[in-house]
Design a protein around this ligand. Structure first.
Ligand code: MN
Length: 247
């Protein structure tokens, strides 16, 4: 019954439509309750593929709800937190996250949660929509050198994903010299907040997998590899070593 109830809530939220959802989100931020939601500086980019592109591992309904409502709310709430914070609103997202400690305390938590969520989800959409398989070239060489090869990498990454208690993310970080490491963060925190760069990562919040997998996070994290786009991940690796990788 708990599952049915939860599904009903999710579908009900979708039926409200984006406008109603944004009004409700706005009502949760007292300081901005009377003002229309700001439309910038950050925006929710379209997915680089259809909602059904990851159907082999993630159902289209989950993709749409996750992108439109979860990521969408984070972009809206990030923009809301940046109203009147001109210096921070002018920063690119990675810079904003690297300078969290300088943000006014009243908005620091909102920037951390929603800015981190915006960065994490933007990366997440980018690296999926593929057919899985394995990388080649410099990226494969780095995985063999730093993560013990693909089989060991998958095992260690899946174990890290399973080890996240509650809501959070598993990542592969990449240094400017191309070294790779597995990391996890709670909630919507990002290694960007510690001045690191993210090669790839998996969202292990329940909203990322609950409709199809319910409590079976292990099935989700092992199936996730089948829809990775290694061309895009390799492009991120190349950008990391040339210093142009942002979020
Ligand atoms: Mn998510």
């Amino acid at each position: 019954m708990a599952f049915i109830h939860r599904r009903g809530l999710l579908l009900g939220a979708a039926a409200l439509g984006m406008g109603a959802f944004m009004q409700r989100a706005s009502a949760q931020a007292p300081a901005a309750a009377a003002a229309p939601a700001p439309t910038g500086p950050f925006t929710l980019a379209p997915l680089p593929y259809g909602f059904d592109a990851n159907e082999a591992s993630i159902d289209a309904r989950t993709m749409e709800l996750h992108w439109r409502f979860h990521h969408g709310a984070q972009v809206a709430n990030l923009n809301r937190a940046l109203v009147g914070q001109d210096a921070f609103a002018a920063m690119p997202l990675d810079e904003l996250l690297m300078n969290l400690s300088r943000a006014p305390e009243a908005v620091r938590g909102a920037i951390r949660n929603n800015g981190g969520g915006h960065a994490n989800h933007s990366m997440f959409w980018e690296i999926m929509g593929g057919q899985g398989g394995e990388p080649t070239g410099d990226l494969l060489a780095a995985i063999n050198r730093d993560l013990g090869g693909m089989t060991e990498f998958r095992n260690r990454f899946n174990a890290a994903s399973m080890g996240v208690f509650g809501s959070g993310w598993a990542f592969v970080t990449v240094t400017p010299s191309g070294s790779l490491a597995i990391a996890t963060r709670p909630n919507q925190d990002s290694p960007l907040m510690d001045g690191q760069r993210v090669l790839m990562g998996n969202d292990v919040w329940e909203h990322a997998y609950y409709l199809r997998y319910q409590n079976r996070r292990n099935e989700y994290v092992s199936n996730w590899w089948n829809i990775l786009n290694w061309d895009r991940i390799a492009a991120r690796y190349g950008a990391a070593v040339t210093g142009t990788l942002r979020v």
